[in-house]
Design a protein around this ligand. Sequence first.
Ligand code: ADP
Ligand code: MG
Length: 385
Amino acid sequence: MQKKSLREVAVSGQRVLVRSDLNVPLKGGVITDDTRIRASLPTVRQILDGGGGVVLMSHLGRPKGQVAPAFSLAPVAARLSELLGQDVPLHTDFHQVTDVPVGGVCLLENVRFHPGETANDPAFASALAAWGDLFVNDAFGSSHRAHASVVGVADHLEAVAGALVEKELVAFSGILAAPARPFVAILGGAKVSDKILVIENLLERVDALLIGGGMAYTFLAARGEAIGASKLDADKVEYAASLLAKAAASGVRVLLPTDHVVADRFAEDAERRVVASIPDQWMALDIGPETSAAYRAEVSAAGTVLWNGPMGVFELSPFAAGTRDICEACAESPATTVIGGGDSAAAVNVFGLAARMSHISTGGGASLELLEGKPLPGIAALADA
Ligand code: ADP
Ligand code: MG
């Protein structure tokens, strides 16, 4: 992942075309969370300080290749103007290339208004590239997509990593290439099938794998344990058994939950019990306190912790304790702690512990693909360092 960064190029007098992730949540045209806009500012400021002009582009939602006013970036342009303290015009016509002066910032309208974006159409990529002298990819969360504004433009312009992308690459290449040991991965979330390639890739790298969340019950079933009405990927039980055998053969310790918070139905006000073995008809919606304690001990003794996937249905407060415990353990651990996955990052934010993690990935899908060991098209397209 040795890619050239914005820090290594001269931007003075250049028009810099920047792909950011400005895909913010909107409600009735009002931005409900501007975190992504704020996160894009360090790269913008870096270019302005270096004497360049900035042309920003991003997608917003899924307008499916058509102009749809509900997905306009107009509210984002307005918010950018406020945060930067200067006018940020929104350009709606890609073909009307408008020069951005040194010190200026402008924004192109939602790239997904054009069908050429997701198709990575060369003509569309070339029209976008005409806006800049240099291309910066700062949209890590879109880097697993071979779209025109992420990959196609790099055929026309020198392409480098922005500050956000660089931070993600440093964090992930650090833990995947040379992790401080012991390297402990905690995997949870909804389904085994979503994370199979992640588990396979990590089994070759970690010292211990702690499994929780919905995927744990397929592994417990593979060990022949009763799982009641808990989540099960029925067609992955054999596969889970083979992964456990593979882990044992390669000396990777795998920890599965030894106790559970079970409920009589999937609801906030369900009847709840802590059990060591799951009764018929009951579903496990969180790891139990004994499991939490064992996992916490692993996290405190680790050199590197990678966490992806909540330990339980943390969206419902009666089943949030396991996820909160792991969050706290990560926050308190002296280890390098990297959090990947959209819901796991959301959990860390809900519990107010974001500032105490070494790195929280901004890209759910992109971080999973990195953890699977796949090259991301938007990163592969960047110039080598
Ligand atoms: P991430 O986005 O961090 O990669 P996932 O999308 O894989 O995580 O999984 C998150 C979802 O998994 C959450 O919505 C959570 O409610 C669900 N989940 C966690 N534990 C369980 C469980 N025991 N049963 C059912 N769903 C669960
Ligand atoms: Mg998710």
